[in-house]
Design a protein around this ligand. Structure first.
Ligand code: FAD
Length: 208
């Protein structure tokens, strides 16, 4: 890394739910943040079923770090009023048994219907919820770099240098990898686990 002062305190790789939420919290507290993403918002993303624990965490983070905008995601009514009218209301959580090499059997499925009294969670339309969180982070002062895919990471005593596929560099004191399963940091640090031998397991699949 060059001996100039790092350009940012923190570079966050990935502006999905995790990256943008952290970016908003840090920027709200005066940290110089660059939120970098290989894509551009709004962009397609899967993983839309809210669970009560996530709702509770969003409310805690909103209160603790004074980012009230997170509260909008905690409820199916507020998200449709404050984010966009594209979100469903969560009705159930389903699980289906998958056996290697076999078609799933509909008789080997569970469906847990959630009583209305217990939850009013939404079923996220991720391209809208993620774009909303990204805008919140920008509103609190995050610098952004979209369409910038990080290819290389190098650490030294001053921090970290990130190099994109376009060979542009960014320096920072810290890097947070919120890029999901692609994780260039996991590649760089050799953290990938060898896949375990496949065993029977049930995978969640949910529908509104
Ligand atoms: C089929 C499927 C169904 C799922 N269903 C659910 C569900 O019902 N409920 C639930 O809670 N979760 C579900 N998940 C999991 C959920 O999708 C993830 O946990 C969630 O998206 C993780 O959010 P994130 O912000 O960490 O990462 P992501 O949302 O994956 O965002 C990562 C971001 O990083 C960017 N990026 C990646 N590589 C780079 C790079 N090298 N440089 C720069 N940017 C980069 C990407 O463009 C992306 O915008 C599901 C996942 C799958 C695959």
């Amino acid at each position: 890394m060059s001996k100039q002062k790092p350009s940012y305190d923190v570079v966050i790789l990935g502006s999905g739910i995790a990256g943008s939420t952290l970016g908003a919290v840090l920027a709200r507290s005066g940290v110089r943040v660059l939120l970098a993403d290989g894509a551009t918002h709004p962009r397609f993303a899967v993983g839309e079923s809210m669970i009560p624990q996530l709702v509770a965490w969003l409310q805690v983070i909103a209160e603790r770090f004074d980012v009230p905008e997170f509260q909008a995601l905690a409820d199916a009514t507020t998200i449709n009023e404050q984010v966009s009218n594209t979100f469903g209301r969560k009705r159930h959580f389903g699980f289906m048994l998958h056996r290697p090499g076999e078609e799933p059997d509909p008789t080997e499925a569970h469906q847990f219907v959630i009583p209305d009294a217990l939850t009013s969670e939404s079923h996220l339309f991720r391209q809208d919820s993620d774009a909303y969180l990204f805008r919140v982070a920008v509103g609190y002062g995050c610098a952004t770099r979209q369409q910038w895919r990080v290819a290389q990471i190098a650490f030294d005593d001053d921090g970290v240098t990130l190099t994109g596929t376009d060979e542009r560099e960014v320096t920072a004191r810290y890097v947070v990898d919120a890029s999901g399963f692609r994780s260039p940091l996991a590649d760089h640090l050799g953290l990938r686990e060898q896949p375990a031998r496949f065993q029977h397991h049930s995978a969640p699949c949910s529908r509104i």
